[in-house]
Design a protein around this ligand. Structure first.
Ligand SMILES: Nc1ncnc2c1ncn2[C@@H]1O[C@H](COP(=O)(O)O)[C@@H](O)[C@H]1OP(=O)(O)O
Ligand SMILES: [Mg+2]
Length: 340
């Protein structure tokens, strides 16, 4: 008998592999094309749309009845105004899928991402490029795909093209694909190697919070750096936090590169999007780690496109979870984030 979600797991890996290739190809063009500077936002737009079209087309081929909650829609690619961008995306998608796709097919594939999500049945959730700023800097970004069944994340795949496969041996190359299915553990394999062997990954066994390493967003607008400094101080952590963009932070916790991922609300009006957390969340939990919001509540993926009942995210290895939550709560107590 096939294992739970065996086909979904294989298809999700293929989709993330191909989407990651789209992103890498666009980035290579970005650095070689003298007409583009890294300040130009258009490359990330082309890669975002291209990656979403590729993933959605592959999902549709294998699971035509499954809706997708994706970040992008095709509005900017339509009509005369969208022609230049559309042509670039169509060319990119054709080469990523090894078959030409007509423009209207590409737009339709992108718009398969407009599902509302919710508590019932199956849906996929996709962030075609998570960490766009990291992508443009040539640093960390991720292609993130997850399957939600009856409001719970059951499968997650995070492709990290720029993450060293082994942090202790960075010379051995970059590119990691992390994958987890509910109840089956978390694994990593080399991104871009079709016959890649999988290796089980586990969160660290650190028990004394003073020994823990913290990771957080590069962008202080996404997670408060001053609150995390206070939390680290309460925990007696002297190491500087590692800052990186995207769900690569969840992968870092899942394989013990870091012990604590802090995402501390800057504004009470921001609702986290499900595609920014679904895949990373299951990978950390299946690696033996813990994930909650800043109040200690589990992340609730059953409420539509956002985590409307959660604020922030705390992901840690199991041995330092309670101490981290206590320090988070002490730091945030009596401090209302601004609504701006
Ligand atoms: N105010 C905010 N708080 C938390 N996350 C945010 C905020 N604004 C944008 N983001 C999202 O953070 C993600 C990147 O996170 P990280 O800092 O971990 O790399 C992006 O998906 C980005 O969404 P968007 O895609 O709309 O820019
Ligand atoms: Mg994102």
């Amino acid at each position: 008998m096939p294992a739970y979600l065996e086909k979904e797991r294989a298809v999700a890996i293929e989709a993330v592999e191909r989407a990651a290739r789209v992103c890498t190809a666009v980035f290579q063009r970005l650095v070689t094309d003298e007409t583009l500077t890294k300040k130009d936002k258009s490359p990330v737009t082309v890669a975002d749309f291209g990656a979403q079209a590729v993933v959605n087309a592959i999902l549709e081929r294998h699971f035509p009845d499954d809706p997708v909650v994706g970040e992008e829609d095709s509005r900017d690619l339509q009509g005369d105004g969208g022609r230049a961008l559309r042509e670039k995306v169509v060319e990119l998608v054709g080469s990523a899928l090894d078959r030409p796709m007509a423009a209207d097919e590409v737009l339709r594939a992108i718009d398969r991402g407009q599902h509302a999500g919710g508590p019932a049945g199956r849906h996929w959730t996709l962030d075609p490029i998570d960490g766009t700023k990291g992508f443009l800097r040539g640093e960390q970004f991720a292609v993130c795909l997850a399957l939600v069944v009856d409001g719970k994340v059951r499968l997650g795949v995070v492709g990290c093209p720029n993450l060293p496969y082994d942090m202790s041996r960075p010379a051995e190359g970059r590119g990691v694909l992390a994958v987890a299915v509910e109840g089956q553990g978390a694994f990593q394999r080399r991104l871009g190697a079709s016959d890649a062997a999988e290796q089980r990954i586990r969160a660290s066994g650190v028990a004394d919070p003073r020994d823990a390493a913290v990771c957080e967003s590069v962008e202080a607008g996404h997670s408060s750096h001053s609150d995390s400094a206070q939390i680290a101080q309460l925990l007696g952590i002297s190491k500087q936090p590692v800052r990186m963009d995207s769900q690569c932070k969840y992968v870092a916790v899942a394989r013990g590169d870091a012990d604590i991922y802090l995402r501390l609300p800057v504004s009470s009006s921001y609702a986290e999007k499900i595609w920014d957390h679904a895949a990373g969340n299951i990978i950390v939990r299946e690696a033996g780690g813990c994930v909650a919001d800043v109040s200690g509540r589990p992340l609730d993926f059953s409420l539509g496109r956002t985590l409307s009942q959660n604020a922030g995210v705390i992901a840690t290895s199991a041995g330092v979870f309670d101490a981290t939550m206590a320090a988070v709560q002490q730091t945030l107590a009596g401090k209302a984030p601004s609504a701006s």
